[in-house]
Design a binder for this molecule. Structure first.
Ligand code: DP6
Length: 322
C-alpha cells in the first residue's frame, strides 16, 4: 500500500477557458489566466491498495459512484499507465468550502488528485507534467497546479498545453469577494457547456481575439494596473457569457441579482473603489478588488438585493503534498 495527500486551491479565471479544440484531451480553444484562491482548498488522499477490487471515491465523507467516479478513475488510469502499476486506489477528498457556493470544486479537486495520485504511485512529476495531468481531469485544474497568478497556454499538442505561474501569490494583494446569489435553477455543467461553445457564431470572434485579451490581462497583473485589470476581466467575462447565451442550446447563467451587481460594481469603480466583476458558469459574481478594500466590498455586497452570502479569498499558492 502506498499513500500520499495533497492540497490545492480553486482558482478564478480572469481570461476564461470556454470551448475545446479536443474535448477528450481537454485541449482548449483559447489560452486563459487565473488567480488561485487562498484560504479555500481541497485536501485529497490517494492510497493504492492491492486488495481493492475497484477504485473508490469518497468526497466530504460520502461515497461517490457513476460519472464522478469514472472521471477520477480516468486520471488514475493515466497515473497507473505512467507508473506501470495495476492496483486500484481509494481516493478521499474534502473541500473546506461549501459546494454550490459558486466556487468550481473541479479545479482544486483534479489538481489535488494529480499531485497526490502521482506521488502515491511513486512518480516524481514536474510542475508542467502535473498541470497536464490535472488538465485531463478538468481544464481549469491545470491552473491550480502553479502558484499565484497562472496562465494556461493553448499549446500545440497534448504535451504542450499546461499552466505556469506568471507571478507568485505575494506579487499583488488582490481579493476575490464572491457574492452568492440564491438560485433555484439547475445549471448546465462546464463540460456540457464547452461541448456546445462552437455552436455560437460569436465563439470564433471570441477565440480569435483571445491573444489580445491575454496580453492586456498579463500586463495588468505584471504592472499591477488595477483599472486595466478590472476593464479586461469584465470584458472577457461578458464575451464568454455572450457566447453561452447564443449557443445551441442557449445557456443563461445570470439571475437578475447578478446583473444588478454588475451595475453596482461599475458605479463603485466610477466613484473610485478599485473593483471589477467576473462570472463563471453560474449566477454568483466574483468581485475582484485590491486587498485593502475587501472588508468594504464585502459589506457593500452583503447589502445588495438577492445576495445570500459573501465569501472572501486572497491570492493562493501552488498545489502541494502535505
Ligand atoms: C467558466 O474546467 O470546469 O469556469 O474541463 O469540463 O471540467 P471541464 O471544465 P471547467 O471549465 C471552466 C469554465 C469556466 C472558465 C474558467 O475557469 O476558465
Amino acid at each position: 500500500m502506498s499513500t500520499a495527500a495533497a492540497i490545492s486551491h480553486p482558482n478564478i479565471a480572469f481570461i476564461k477557458y470556454w470551448g475545446n479544440r479536443n474535448n477528450e484531451l481537454r485541449l482548449p480553444s483559447n489560452g486563459s489566466i487565473s488567480m488561485n484562491l487562498d484560504g479555500l482548498f481541497t485536501r485529497t488522499t490517494v492510497s493504492f491498495q492491492p486488495s481493492l477490487p475497484f477504485d473508490e471515491l469518497i468526497i466530504n465523507g460520502h461515497e461517490v459512484v457513476g460519472k464522478g467516479l469514472e472521471r477520477v478513475s480516468h486520471i488514475l488510469d493515466l497515473i497507473r499507465e505512467k507508473a506501470g502499476i495495476k492496483m486500484n486506489a481509494e481516493v478521499m477528498s474534502e473541500n473546506n468550502f461549501p459546494s454550490g457556493a459558486g466556487i468550481a470544486s473541479s479545479a482544486a479537486a483534479f489538481a489535488a488528485l494529480a499531485v497526490a495520485g502521482s506521488k502515491a504511485a511513486g512518480l516524481d512529476l514536474s510542475e508542467r507534467e502535473l498541470s497536464i495531468l490535472a488538465r485531463r481531469g478538468s481544464g481549469s485544474a491545470s491552473r491550480s497546479i502553479p502558484a499565484g497568478f497562472a496562465e494556461w497556454k493553448l499549446g500545440e499538442s497534448e504535451s504542450d498545453s499546461y499552466a505556469f505561474s506568471i507571478a507568485p501569490a505575494d506579487h499583488w494583494n488582490l481579493a476575490d469577494c464572491v457574492a452568492i446569489v440564491s438560485s433555484t435553477h439547475k445549471k448546465t455543467g462546464s463540460t456540457e457547456g464547452h461541448a456546445v461553445a462552437g455552436t455560437s457564431p460569436l465563439q470564433n470572434a471570441r477565440v480569435t481575439d483571445a491573444p489580445r485579451r491575454l496580453d492586456i490581462c498579463r500586463n495588468a497583473i505584471l504592472k499591477k494596473d488595477f483599472e486595466a485589470l478590472a476593464n479586461i476581466i469584465e470584458h472577457d467575462s461578458d464575451m464568454m457569457h455572450a457566447v453561452m447565451m447564443t449557443s445551441n442550446p442557449p445557456l443563461m447563467y445570470w439571475q437578475s441579482a447578478t446583473v444588478e451587481i454588475f451595475h453596482q460594481v461599475r458605479e463603485w469603480r466610477a466613484n473610485g473603489l478599485p473593483v471589477g466583476y467576473t462570472v463563471d458558469a453560474g449566477a454568483n459574481v466574483h468581485v475582484i478588488c485590491l486587498g485593502e478594500y475587501k472588508d468594504e466590498v464585502e459589506k457593500r455586497l452583503r447589502a445588495c438585493p438577492g445576495v445570500s452570502k459573501v465569501l472572501v479569498a486572497g491570492v493562493g499558492g501552488a498545489a502541494e503534498i502535505v
